[in-house]
Structure formats: C-alpha cells, structure tokens
Design a binder for this molecule. Structure first.
Ligand code: NAD
Length: 501
C-alpha cells in the first residue's frame, strides 16, 4: 500500500523496522517477525526480533539518556515535554493514519488516541517542576525532608490494542518523574511507538532517554525485564503474561506495575434513559472491535427492560459500520490477528455449546471484508454467570447479557469475577448510582457514561486486573521513589549510638 510506505518513510522507517536505540535504528539479531495486515490478511513487512544483544545496547543508551535528562533543570525537562506534545499535535494526522494502516484501528479512534498522546505530554510537562517533597516535623534537632527521585531505567511492555496511546500513557509520566525508558511494544504493532520516539527526539528529548525495542515477548521482552540495569517494570497486557513478568521482575528484586485485562460489568436499571444506555452499551464493547481492556463485556439488565434493551442492541449490531479502517465512516475495524479472531470465535462457539444464545453476530461478516479478520458485533444472551463467556476476557466484540431483579443482585453479579478493571451503572436514581459505584470492585467506574478517560485521572485495576496506577498524579508517584534526608541542625549535637533520638 503506497500510503503506508510513504508514511513509514516520513518517520524514517521505510524497509527498516528495527529497534530505536540511542537515537539510531538498530537491526535485530533474532528470528524474523512478520507483520500481517488484518484487513487483507497478508504479510506486509517483516523484521528481525531485537534479542538480548540489542536489549543490552538499549540499556546502555538509557543510562546515558538518564544522565542527560538529569543534567537539565526540572523546568527545562518540562519545556522539552511540552514541545513533544506540540510536535505530536503537529503530526496528528500522519501518526493517526500510520497507526490505522499498521494496526487496523479505525481512523476515528486513532485520531482521538493520538490527540490524547499530545495531552499526556502536555499534562506531565507541567508536573516536571512541581514534584515536591515534604518537610517532616521530627522530634529531634534534625531537619528531615523527602525527595521524590526517579528509579532510573524503566522497562515498559505494551499490548497491541492501542499501541501509540499506551506508549504515550506510560512514557510521559515515566520521564516527567525523571526516569529513562526502554519500551517494548507488542511484536504485532511496533511501528507507531517507533514513530512516536522519533517525533519526541526531533522535538528535543535527549537521545537514549526513550528507546523502543522491536521484538518478541519471551526473547526481547524477558531480556529487558531481567536485565541488571532495570529498576522498574511496567506491564500492560494479559493477566497470564503479567503474572509471569511480575515473577521475573521480583526475582530481579525489581518492583512492577501491572495493567491487565477485565470483564467489566455495565449495569442498566429499569429507570435508566434507555436511549443513552443502549448507545453506551454499544460503545462499551463493540468499539475497537472489543479489543479494549475496559470493554463493558457483561451487560447486566434489570428484568423489566431486558427484552427491550436486548432487542435494541440486536438491531444496532446489524447497523454498525464495519470496514476499511482508514475510511472515516468505519466504526469497527478488524481483529488484530487470525489467532485472536480464532480465540474470539472459539469462545462464542463454546458459549453456544454451554446453552447461551447468539442473538446477533457470532460470525465473520463476509462480503467485501472476507479476507480480513473481521468479526460481526455479537450479542449473547441466556448467559449464566458461571459460563466462560461471563468470566473470561474475550477481547473481541462480544457482549454477554444477564438479567437481575434487585440492586443487591446486580452488585453481586458485577462482583462475581476475578477481575476489577472497570464498570458502569445506568440509572436516574442518584442515591443508587453512588451506592452501586461504591459497592462494585473496580478501579474505574462510570455513572450514565462509559469509557471516558483522561490523563488527569488515575487508572488501574482491582483484583486480577492488576496493581499500581497509570495516569494522573498517582502515575507520577508510581514512577518515583521517596528518599528521606536527615540533616543535623544542633550546634552541639549529642553523640549518638544506635538510633539517635
Ligand atoms: P500480552 O500479555 O500477550 O502481551 C503484552 C506485552 O508483553 C507484549 O509487548 C508482549 O510481547 C510482551 N510479552 C509477552 N510475553 C512476555 C514475556 N515472557 N516476557 C516479557 N514480555 C512479554 O497482551 P496482548 O495480547 O498484547 O494484549 C491484550 C491484553 O492486554 C488483554 O488482556 C487486555 O485486557 C490487556 N490490556 C490491559 C490494559 C490496562 O490498562 N489494564 C490496557 C490494554 C490492554
């Protein structure tokens, strides 16, 4: 595709998908990784897995980048980050289209996500010179104060569902706190992260401050997690891989932050505005073809409105626009890979075999989309809470509907999961909205809304959805460690032995 080639060239990547280390593209040393266009189902590029040798180079580059970054004043770091935000805005259309043509995400989504990347750099730019410590009124003659210090080199591992968004989401707070970054995006979608670091360096970030590894998880990713220079690991991805990585990091005595999956409950009471609840339920699970960690994949509906809401959603499923991701009208693009398509379909077939009913979708839409990894927006009802379709993350456009008869039952059903990433309630009863928001175990909860997020607000999981927080002030704190400094101020301090006090 000529457009994709031109865009790769515009970001210095034509025929050269490779790791970005210390400002240079460094070819991988491992096995060949093929990139498949999810719209056409064909291989469009291949690159060599970075491997441990390139990881070691990235770690060295990050140490140099860290020193250069620490050599700047906090205000200069903030200014550089602000300029990155500005540069991302200036190249928004190019970067969004690059993401669309290399990940299959609709352009309407990637434009919004790239805009959020700009906002992330701008928001954290303002924090660079406001990372304040405390003065503690200790009961001795000491001045005791705290400093918020960076860890050093942070390894970040990101998934394929929102590649450039996730890169910005993790890079911006990490560097605002003073760290250097070695980021390994999903092997399926490395291109937009490579483009982002190119933009950031052109805008003034020191080379080596942010390095991007093009490579596989078990080889390149693991080498980065277990490298001796790694000081913090931040993982965004599936629960199974997350626990592996946290274990590997712990054996390296390195802390980790995990942003994992979910099985979020979207609860609709009979008094809700059903027009809005219906639109909200569609956006919650079918946008992004359901490849969203916060997907509202369980719809809990109060019985009096169950039939009406299910019927509305069934009709809507047939009207959503699936198609070429670069077309502005397209609402739903393909699933990222054939393998993931097969996982989604297998889970739908298993639900059917367990007695659930496929009320809409549940198949490839066919027609002109035949070659791509498209999946029709799917509605599954007659679901029981213990079924896999109500318990496991599908990561596809599949909505499981279950009825409830009371507020207590709605909350119990919402909490009948190991996950705890997000959830929502639709009701006109203000008291009930707050009661349910308090009772559902989830890191993010919406009332009469779904999927609103902002860089200013903390985001993260409860339970098996992970730990630690990304975005907001809390992400900045997660990327710093506190040092306590004691200064003797007495003219004639008492000689101490053991703990002076
Ligand atoms: P994944 O776990 O397969 O991979 C995530 C990243 O980890 C990739 O870069 C991968 O190459 C790397 N990796 C895999 N094995 C590794 C290993 N042994 N050592 C080091 N790195 C390794 O996830 P995915 O399939 O790419 O993404 C989908 C998942 O991500 C879903 O579960 C989704 O819910 C989750 N997700 C969570 C959030 C959140 O913020 N909570 C956001 C987006 C996606």
């Amino acid at each position: 595709m000529a457009e994709r080639t031109e865009l790769l060239e515009a970001f210095g990547l034509q025929h050269r998908i490779a790791s970005h280390v210390g400002g240079e593209l460094v070819a991988g040393q491992g096995a060949s990784v093929e990139l498949v266009d999810p719209v056409q189902g064909e291989v469009w590029a291949a690159y060599a897995d970075a491997g441990p040798g390139v990881v070691a180079q990235a770690m060295t580059a990050a140490e140099a980048g860290f020193r250069a970054w620490q050599g700047l004043t906090a205000s200069a770091r903030g200014l550089a980050m602000w300029q990155v935000g500005h540069a991302v805005r200036a190249r928004l259309e190019e970067l969004a289209l690059l993401e669309t043509l290399t990940s299959g995400k609709p352009i309407r989504d990637t434009r919004a996500e790239v805009l959020k990347v700009a906002e992330m750099f701008e928001y954290y730019a303002g924090w660079c010179d406001k990372l304040l410590g405390d003065v503690i009124p200790v009961p001795t003659s000491h001045l005791n104060y705290t400093r918020l210090e960076p860890f050093g080199t942070v390894v970040q591992l990101t998934p394929w569902n929102a590649p450039v968004f996730t890169a910005g989401w993790q890079i911006a707070p990490a560097i605002a706190a003073g760290n250097a970054v070695v980021l390994k995006p999903s092997e399926l979608t490395p291109v937009s992260s490579l483009a982002l670091v190119r933009i950031a360096e052109d805008a003034g970030l020191p080379k080596g401050l942010v390095n991007v590894l093009a490579g596989l998880g078990p080889t390149t990713g693991e080498a980065a997690v277990t490298h001796a220079a790694t000081r913090l690991v931040v993982f965004v991805g599936s629960p199974a891989t997350g626990s592996l990585i946290a274990g590997a990091a712990a054996r390296n005595t390195v802390p980790s932050i995990l942003e994992l999956g979910g099985k979020s409950a979207n609860i609709v009471f009979a008094d809700a505005d059903l027009d809005r609840a219906s639109l909200g339920a569609q956006a919650a699970v079918w946008s992004g073809a359901g490849q969203s960690c916060v997907a509202g994949s369980r719809l809990l509906v109060e019985r009096p409105v169950l039939d009406e809401l299910t019927a509305r959603l069934g009709r809507a499923a047939g009207h959503l626009v699936l198609g070429a991701p670069a077309e502005p009208a397209t609402q739903i693009g393909p699933i990222i890979s054939r393998q993931q398509w097969q996982t989604v379909d297998r889970m739908v077939r298993e639900a059917e075999a367990e007695g659930a009913r496929i009320a809409a979708g549940g198949r490839h839409p066919g027609g002109s989309l035949e070659r791509g990894f498209f999946y029709a927006p799917t509605l599954v009802d007659a679901v029981r809470p213990e079924m896999a379709i109500a318990q496991e993350e599908v990561f596809g456009p599949v909505l499981a509907v279950m009825p409830f008869d009371s507020e207590a039952e709605a909350v119990a059903l919402a909490n009948a999961t190991r996950f705890g990433l997000a959830g929502a309630v639709w009701t006109r009863d203000v008291g009930r909205a707050h009661r349910v928001a308090a009772a559902v175990r989830a890191g993010t909860f919406w009332v009469n809304s779904y999927k609103t997020i902002n860089v200013m607000s903390p985001f993260g999981g409860f339970g098996r959805s992970g730990y630690g927080r990304s975005s907001g002030r809390e992400a900045l704190m997660a990327y710093t460690q506190t040092k306590s400094v004691w200064v003797e101020t007495a003219a004639d301090p008492a000689p101490g032995f053991g703990y002076a006090g």
